[in-house]
Design a protein around this ligand. Structure first.
Ligand code: DON
Length: 556
């Protein structure tokens, strides 16, 4: 249990910078949510590319083989570690709102949020960032040309690939949505039917779009004929994009967040992702306890309480750092965490209703994607990127093959009204021209004396609790396989309910937690985590894809 000494020890341990600069892993490794994308990364590595080339290849391939999760009509965050300089960089390729967007654009005349308006069709689409991010990474960090990095994706789009059970299930679940948008419908449905598993899906328009980008660079996407086609189609279907929105889009290079938990250094993404702040706040709370000395029940109680307090601050304070002032230093201060610890009782759940209400129910579903890549020299990429909900907005500008995102739903359409993930917020995350919506996506690097880990996952607001549990697993001696496999549980302040996968709690723990006052709800398995770990002592590089899904990991 917590002691004053525990608090002090937590603060006194200095951050480690143990990237083992002189060591090299000597292996290439890729983990992604789809076997063809993992292979694309390994192929580019075998051709002499580095981890950055491979990350571009995997990301682009996922746009083809997993378009329900991510794509060049979407965006995300790529966290890079450059072994040569030892530097970590965050490439923010998050979408931004079109210039014509307004804070109340999804409300009707009476100020009511129009159901689905921020989720369906081109009005729900932000200006995509993925092409700019991939081109940036290739240009500044890669060894191969953009055309070489995109080649596997182009081949997969042109020649096709057999649909797996996940793709099949996604098409089944999205039939009604995609039926509204003829270009997408034609690409993904065979004579108006969900094609069977094993059907070879070809996407010639997407192949052409990727070829244009490969040949002419990102300008082929953000300006010229393709941009005109996208803007015209968006506007003809109720959207508000302009050519200037596309032309002016830029990736942002941001300093990643760096934190420390009992000697483990954590490097993760900063706003406009909320993930890093929330996880580091939770870890700061937990670092005041000697969890290893506590019972399993007490550990889970403290971790759930740390989640509750940290998630509470998410909706209140966080948004695009270029638009809002955030009290980040306070949220990440060990003294702030120490104050929160005093509110955590050793034997009782804190009712969330005792705290100011900020969030509501957060349904989880599978879309969005994470990758982990490492090369022989120790360059690393962790990335999470998305079109938001399954197949994004569902809208595909004709002839482009590009599914547009529905990322605008990550903004607050109206204070207090939950978005598709049940998250609410306030003006910090209100819609404004060229502002980036608040995200939970958080690719993360962990550095300890023992070695290092790359991890990340989709899962909406549950991303943060999943990465937190993976981080604690690594701290406790886990490797890539256990990080992606361990049963998960989640608390996000409101609803005041702990969601858990089968196996996350023993029978006794369930009884114990209920006695403390927790409301527990078992859910189906969730998340799709990818991870790579490297053990400095044994030299072992392990890569693992989440066993809950169809992804694969390879080490060479
Ligand atoms: O940026 C975000 O937080 C969301 N657009 C991510 C969506 C997601 O993870 C969906 N996954 N199941």
């Amino acid at each position: 249990m917590k002691t004053r000494l525990g608090v002090l020890l937590g603060l006194l341990i200095l951050p480690l910078t143990s990237s083992a600069a002189s060591l090299k892993p000597g292996h290439d490794a890729v983990a992604s949510a789809q076997p063809f994308a993992t292979k694309a990364g390994m192929q580019v590595l075998a051709e002499g590319g580095n981890a950055f080339d491979a990350a571009v290849a995997v990301s682009a391939a996922l746009a083809v083989v997993e378009p329900y999760s991510s794509g060049i009509g979407g965006g995300g965050f790529w966290l890079l570690h450059d072994a040569k300089t030892g530097k970590d960089v965050m490439v923010d390729g998050r979408e931004y709102a079109p210039a014509a967007a307004t804070a109340t654009m999804y409300q009707d005349k009476n100020g009511n949020v129009i159901p689905g308006a921020s989720l369906n069709g081109p009005l729900s689409a932000g200006i995509p960032g993925e092409v700019a991010a991939l081109a940036y990474i290739n240009r500044h960090y890669g060894k191969l040309s953009l055309a070489q990095d995109l080649a596997p994706a182009i081949k997969l789009a042109r020649d096709g690939f057999p649909l797996d059970r996940m793709f099949h299930a996604m098409l089944q679940s999205r039939e009604q949505k995609l039926k509204q948008w003829p270009a997408a419908w034609k690409v993904f449905y065979l004579d108006g039917q969900v094609p069977p598993s094993g059907y070879v899906l070809k996407q010639p328009n997407l192949a052409r779009t990727l070829e244009l980008i490969a040949r002419h660079g990102p300008a082929a996407f953000y300006t010229g004929k393709l941009a005109e086609e996208m803007v015209n189609a968006v506007r003809a279907n109720g959207g508000i994009w302009s050519l200037a929105d596309l032309r002016d889009y830029q990736v942002k290079l941001r300093a990643p967040l760096s934190g420390e938990y009992r000697g483990m250094r954590i490097v993760t993404v900063s706003p406009p992702s909320s993930g890093g702040i929330v996880m580091l706040e939770a870890l700061n709370i937990l670092s005041g306890y000697d969890l290893a000395a506590d019972s399993a029940l007490m550990q889970k109680h403290l971790i759930i309480e740390a989640m509750r307090f940290a998630y509470r601050d998410r909706a209140e304070y966080l948004g695009d750092p270029d638009f809002v002032k955030m009290p980040l230093a306070r949220l990440l201060s060990p003294y702030y965490a120490a104050g929160l610890r005093t509110a955590i009782l050793p034997d009782r759940a804190t009712p969330s209703s005792d705290l100011a209400p900020v969030t509501a129910e957060a349904p989880e579903s599978r879309h969005t994607t994470s990758i982990a890549v490492m090369d022989k020299d120790g360059d690393m990429v962790g990335a999470t990127f998305t079109v938001n909900f399954r197949f994004g907005s569902g809208f595909m500008p004709p002839h482009t093959g590009v599914i547009l995102n529905d990322e605008m739903d990550d903004f607050v359409s109206k204070p207090g009204v939950p978005n598709g993930f049940g998250l609410v917020g306030n003006s910090a995350n209100a819609i404004a021209p060229h502002k980036r919506p608040l995200s939970s996506m958080m690719p993360t690097f962990l550095y300890t004396k023992r070695g290092l880990a790359i991890l990340g996952t989709p899962g909406g607001s549950r991303i943060i609790s999943m990465v937190l549990l993976g981080t604690l697993d690594y701290f406790n001696g886990g490797d890539a396989q256990s990080i992606v496999s361990i049963p998960r549980y989640h608390m996000q302040y409101l609803p005041d309910t702990v969601f858990y996968e089968p196996g996350a709690f023993t029978k006794d723990e369930i009884t114990g937690l209920e006695k403390m006052g927790y409301t527990l709800r078992e859910t189906h398995p969730y998340g799709n985590m990818q991870s790579i770990t490297w053990d400095y002592r044994t030299g072992k590089v392990r890569a693992a894809a989440d066993p809950r899904d169809v992804g694969t990991a390879e080490v060479q």
